[in-house]
Design a protein around this ligand. Structure first.
Ligand SMILES: NC(=O)c1ccc[n+]([C@@H]2O[C@H](COP(=O)([O-])OP(=O)(O)OC[C@H]3O[C@@H](n4cnc5c(N)ncnc54)[C@H](OP(=O)(O)O)[C@@H]3O)[C@@H](O)[C@H]2O)c1
Length: 368
């Protein structure tokens, strides 16, 4: 399989092993009073986008207090009762000065300088720092990546433009900038794969159940055995708040277990829940590559047909990550989708257009 970096990029360490990456060990800090018994003051950098609101609601549900920090551009009326500190991570952190929190969850760190600035400013005033990174940090997507696998690098570390090509290496640098400032036993780094569920504004995962719903022959990429790994936004949010409550530190892939979901189970689940509108035509990787459909945004979620690829989930599962069945995600995603206004659902933001799908399927039929 070719390196599938572009596909990931478009999205949205125990003792000696972690020493290789310069990142801290994993585990739970020991405290005389378990943190879970205390009400925590949590600061969320970027609490109003897709994943942030789930973290906010889960923290509130557990009795914690939440302060938001963002620019006020995204969903700014979502949490009228919460303290919101308005500011831009690019040089506008003044509102955070002199304040104290038990934990900060950093959802909006894409630029290493921004993460260095917030981690520097907050390190004396927050108990723990939870940085939301991405599996896009890995150097090679042709293998199964564990948390200690080599990370992507960027030749010019002053680059701040976030593109499909720079996203992963910049996220890796963001992790490093956080680790430069925050003690290892206070830093948790979460590396999600494709985050999906109600509210996903990318429509990447959503494309598949929507496609299954529509009649006609539908292009389904690769083979039924091809591994896919996703994370439901609610499972990610629960783990992030667990990091606060249970003093979890270290680096964790946020993925459902490798092998649990495949393109075949995705098809089965989509058809079970969305209706058997479409009839799947499996189109192999070589053909899709020849038609420019591998590693782009048109066939989201699919990693390709290499059986060696994926991400290990064992460390996070061992720390308490609970991943729900993909079928549950599809069910809730569809009911959210059906509640959206027509102007939002008329043109999904990811996946093949009907015309392109028909063209590729016609070419696939003619190939033999
Ligand atoms: N979505 C995925 O599938 C996926 C996969 C892997 C990793 N991730 C990671 O998950 C995190 C959150 O993703 P998301 O999809 O929830 O993001 P999102 O929907 O774009 O939300 C971003 C949040 O950050 C705030 N923000 C953005 N730029 C800011 C700035 N310069 N200063 C202050 N606040 C700023 C936004 O509010 P304002 O606009 O009001 O400032 C908003 O609250 C990101 O770190 C991303 O890399 C996402």
């Amino acid at each position: 399989m070719k390196n599938s970096r572009r596909e990931f990029l478009k999205a949205g360490a125990l003792g000696a092993a972690m020493a290789a990456t310069g990142l801290p060990a994993v585990g739970r800090a020991s405290e005389s009073e378990p943190a879970a018994r205390r009400k925590q003051k949590i600061l969320i950098l970027g609490g109003t986008g897709f994943i942030g609101p789930y973290m906010v609601r889960e923290a509130l549900r557990r009795g914690h207090s939440v302060t938001l920090f963002n620019r006020g551009k995204t969903n700014n009326t979502l949490f009228p009762d919460l303290e919101t500190i308005k500011g831009d991570r690019d040089g506008g952190l003044g509102g955070l000065q002199g304040r104290e929190w038990d934990a900060v969850i950093d959802n909006s760190g894409y630029v290493p300088r921004h993460v260095a600035d917030s981690a520097y400013l907050l390190k004396r005033n927050v108990g723990r720092y939870i940085f939301v990174s991405s599996v896009s940090v890995y150097a090679d997507f042709g293998v199964t990546n564990s948390e200690t696998s080599p990370l992507a690098t960027i030749a010019d570390e002053t680059i701040e433009e976030v593109t499909g090509e720079t996203y992963g290496a910049l996220k890796a640098l963001c992790e490093q900038r956080a680790a430069d400032q925050i003690d290892g036993d206070k830093l948790a780094i979460l590396r999600p794969t494709y985050i999906c569920g109600p509210g996903d504004h990318t429509d990447r995962f959503t494309y598949w159940p929507l496609r299954a719903r529509r009649a006609g022959k539908m292009l389904w990429p690769g083979t039924p055995q091809d591994i896919i790994q996703v994370i439901d936004v609610r499972d990610l949010a629960n783990f992030a708040i667990d990091c606060v409550d249970r003093n979890i530190f270290g680096t964790y892939n946020m993925v459902n277990p490798r092998g649990e979901s495949t393109m075949g189970t995705l098809l089965r689940d989509c058809q079970a829940l969305a209706g058997r509108g479409g009839e799947a035509v499996w189109v192999d990787e070589a053909f899709l590559t020849a038609h420019g459909l591998y590693g782009g945004g048109e066939l989201p979620i699919w990693f390709g047909s290499n059986p060696s690829i994926g991400f290990t989930a064992e460390r996070a599962l061992g720390a308490g990550l609970d991943t729900r069945p993909v079928r549950e995600t599809i069910r809730d995603l569809l009911s959210w989708w059906d509640s959206l206004p027509r102007q939002r659902t008329a043109k999904p933001r990811a996946g093949l257009s009907q015309m392109r799908e028909a063209e590729v399927l016609a070419a696939w039929r003619k190939r033999r």
